[in-house]
Design a protein around this ligand. Structure first.
Ligand SMILES: [Zn+2]
Length: 559
């Protein structure tokens, strides 16, 4: 940037009109966050008030940082971008609230075990603020120049300070056509620290079970992650008013999501609610550059932004053998064409919900089963079932259909092991989970079916022999996998073939106190970037063999 250096430090409106005639440059800034690209949003209007296309002008910026710290000095402050107005006159540190002041004070005393300043603590209450004061910030300290680039990435040193940006528009021949009023940002907030590590729970009976099942399991474990990452199109202020806007923004959430996903170091990743543009612009670049190979399938909605399922596997461990997708809309239309629905139009209206599923077959490259015929392949499925609680019939219809397709794929390949992940939008007590788990649906749990889309209850069955990995390892499904201000419940599951996949360990779901953190809010919040929690399990996979297929449910339950 050649002209950036000589921009005057104090820019006024006069300069703008002097240098240009009358183009107007309007600058808007977001919340700056440590480590996240911070772009200014600019709008340029010409002499006639019309918008000037950004390509015909180059916008140059210069960044400053305030010399005085503005944010709260308490390291666990829940209001990290609020101006600190309470000052400890003894050491000059400022806090955003009496609570932060006291917490910082307690922390300091704990660390240094100094009792000399106890006298301050006893004086702090709302009426008597002898040692604290409320003082406006003065500009006397001035500003320090920090960058001449258009995009600035705030550093750790910027946290707690505010930034100021000065921008100007330059024509292709180098003439300054407009200078914007300088703009101050909110206080730079630190990138939220990762949530505390989740503990890995290992089923103490898994070795015994392996022996009882009489099967040769492949001891090199496979780690599976299933995670609904909350698409940006659904991450609205209306749905999640308790989450600070900056933490809800995609530019911040994507960084925290990626950090979390990579930390699990899973061999197989099944993501749901991956927005299509974020797949191409972000996830694809980040994950497929790190040894993963992936397949993306968007929902079938035609208009507007859409999300979908994204299934990835580590290239060094697996090779893709076959891949299928299911578009539930297409299946519904195909069934309608055969006149199988009694109320054709009503049934279609009810069923066309755009949901999709992915079914792929992978060959293991590193297992010790490659000598066993068919023993080194497995089937992997990923889905996101329709969400609306008023549509339990549609959820069951989608799940039933998907299970039929999975049976076809698995049987065609001599009963290869199956791993089936997803957000099923169904609680453990609901028909969808009953079908997955017990291979049938009872009359009592069968949902209301206003458009007669479901077959007779005795035909809603399968024989895939599935168990839920979490329930198998811990004895129960998690208490919740979705934890928001308007809903708390278990909706996500990892299902595996009980005869050939042995779930060994799971990452436990954090407790409510950990989830809610110091800001005491449901999800998403500053440390948990989605409304769902990631499920992560380690399994051992056995080769397909005749013995495995003859194991009955009863034998299996004998522990
Ligand atoms: Zn504070």
């Amino acid at each position: 940037m050649s002209n950036g250096m000589d921009l005057p430090a104090q820019v006024t409106v006069n300069t703008a009109s002097h240098s240009s005639g009358s183009e107007t440059l309007i600058v808007r800034v977001d919340q700056p966050v440590e480590g996240i690209d911070f772009n200014v949003h600019t709008l340029l209007r010409g002499t006639d008030g019309g918008l000037i296309t950004p390509t015909s002008r180059k916008v140059e910026c210069r960044w400053f940082r305030s010399k005085s710290r503005r944010g709260c000095s308490f390291e666990n402050c829940p209001n990290s971008n609020r101006i600190a107005t309470i000052q400890n006159l003894q050491n000059g540190l400022r806090y955003c609230s009496n609570q932060c002041f006291q917490s910082a004070f307690h922390n300091k005393n704990k660390k240094s075990s100094k009792s000399s300043s106890n006298s301050i603590l006893v004086t702090i209450d709302e009426k008597d603020r002898k040692f604290i004061s409320v003082e406006p910030f003065q500009e006397e300290n001035g500003w320090e120049i920090i960058s001449n680039e258009k995009t600035y990435v705030p550093s750790k040193e910027d946290v707690g300070y505010i930034l100021r940006v000065e921008c100007r528009a330059v024509t292709p021949d180098g003439r300054i056509s407009a200078v914007a009023n300088s703009k101050e940002t909110p206080i730079v907030v630190g990138l939220p620290k990762p949530a505390p590590p989740r503990s890995l729970f290992t089923n103490p009976d898994s070795a015994k079970l392996r022996h009882q099942m009489g099967m040769k399991f492949d001891s090199s474990k496979v780690r599976i992650l299933s995670y609904n990452v909350l698409a940006d199109i659904y991450a609205t202020k209306q749905l999640y008013p308790y989450c600070p806007m900056w933490a809800l923004s995609w530019r911040v959430r994507r960084k925290i999501l990626l950090r979390e996903i990579l930390a699990y170091d899973a061999d197989i990743i099944c993501l749901q609610e991956v927005q299509q543009d974020h797949y191409t612009e972000f996830f694809y670049k980040e994950l497929e550059g790190l040894g993963y190979q992936g397949l993306y399938k968007a929902k079938t909605r035609v208009a507007g932004k859409i999300d979908g399922c994204y299934t990835l596997y580590k290239k060094e461990r697996f090779r893709l053998v076959e891949s299928n997708t299911i578009e539930f809309n297409s299946v519904a239309r195909a069934i309608a064409r055969t006149n199988a629905f009694e109320q054709r139009n009503d049934a279609l209206r009810r069923l066309l919900k755009d949901n999709v599923a992915q079914i792929i077959v992978l060959e293991r490259l590193d297992g010790d089963m490659s000598h066993t015929q068919g023993g080194n392949t497995l089937c992997l499925a990923n889905t996101h079932i329709f969400w609306d609680p008023e549509y339990s019939d549609v959820k069951l219809w989608q799940t039933h259909l998907l299970l039929q397709e999975l049976e076809r794929v698995v049987r065609n390949r001599k009963n290869i092991p199956l791993i089936f992940c997803g957000d099923f939008n169904s609680m453990p007590s609901e028909a969808v989970v009953e079908l997955l788990k017990s291979e049938k649906v009872s009359e009592t749990t069968k949902p209301n079916d206003p458009c007669n889309i479901l077959p007779p209850v005795q035909s809603i069955t399968h024989s895939l022999g599935l168990i839920s990995a979490y329930e198998h390892v811990t004895g129960n499904e998690p208490r919740f996998t979705n934890y928001t201000g308007h809903y708390v419940g278990t909706l996500d599951y990892i299902w595996v073939s009980r005869d050939s996949v042995l779930p060994v360990s799971t990452l436990l779901i954090p407790n409510e106190k950990t989830l809610r953190g110091t800001d005491d809010t449901p999800l998403p919040n500053t440390r948990f970037p989605s409304d769902h929690l990631a499920l992560c399990v380690e399994v051992e996979i056995s080769p397909t063999n005749a013995q495995a297929q003859t194991l009955s449910m009863n034998q299996y339950q004998m522990q």
